[in-house]
Design a protein around this ligand. Structure first.
Ligand SMILES: [Zn+2]
Length: 208
């Protein structure tokens, strides 16, 4: 392993013969857009088979949000604390089809319809079921992301400021969540071969 220290992406095939190149590239798509030096650190952790262990160490916190009923309370508590005046949520649920079908880890949907002379918006948040087994900080990150869209539809500066207000280390946790998903795929425990977005907002855009 030492001989490959500092190896870039192109030489990854040599770093770990047990890992198919296609599978690795598929997993690493969660990290596209991050700077090369960061990716190289990740590659080293993967090569040393230390990615999962490193994340487990950094996020030892578990959560008990195991079903839709508890998720509804969990999201409701956060909303009451930070977004009291935002529109109410019509539905909150885990969705085990999100990653496979919608290629998303979370969605926020706003359906508007005119009722009589009133415009009614129905808001819905779905969280990919993979987060049932994620560290607590990562579930919080994806919920915070979708909640922030109640107020800020786009990924603007204001959007991320709101995310950081609800979770000060939001950006670090988002990055670690991408690493966690990468680790899951590489180790074959879970995850979907199709999923490629960390969250999708049905009306507007995907978070890749
Ligand atoms: Zn988003």
């Amino acid at each position: 392993m030492r001989a490959y220290k500092g190896a870039g992406l192109s030489s990854f095939k040599r770093i770990d013969r047990h890992l198919s190149y296609d599978r690795l590239m598929n997993a690493l798509r969660y990290l596209s857009g991050y700077p090369p030096d960061i990716l190289e650190q990740v590659h080293r952790l993967i090569a040393a088979r230390r990615l999962h262990a490193t994340l487990a160490q950094r996020h030892p916190d578990r959560h008990t949000v195991r079903n839709d009923r508890i998720l509804l309370d969990y999201v409701g508590d956060l909303k009451a604390r930070y977004l009291k005046s935002a529109p109410p949520l019509a539905k909150v649920m885990y969705d085990n089809r999100l990653q496979a079908v919608r290629q998303a880890l979370g969605t926020h949907t706003a359906v508007s319809r005119v009722q009589g002379n009133q415009l009614k918006a129905k808001r819905e948040i779905r969280i990919a079921s993979v987060f049932k087994d994620a560290p607590a900080s990562m579930l919080r990150m994806i919920v915070v992301h979708e909640l922030a869209h109640l107020r800020e539809p786009d990924h603007s500066k204001e959007f991320y400021a709101l995310c950081r207000h609800m979770q000060p280390d939001y950006h670090q946790v988002e990055f670690d969540t991408r690493l966690w998903l990468t680790a899951l795929e590489i180790e074959g425990d879970a995850g979907s071969k199709e999923g490629s977005a960390i969250a999708t907002d049905a009306r507007t855009h995907e978070d890749r």
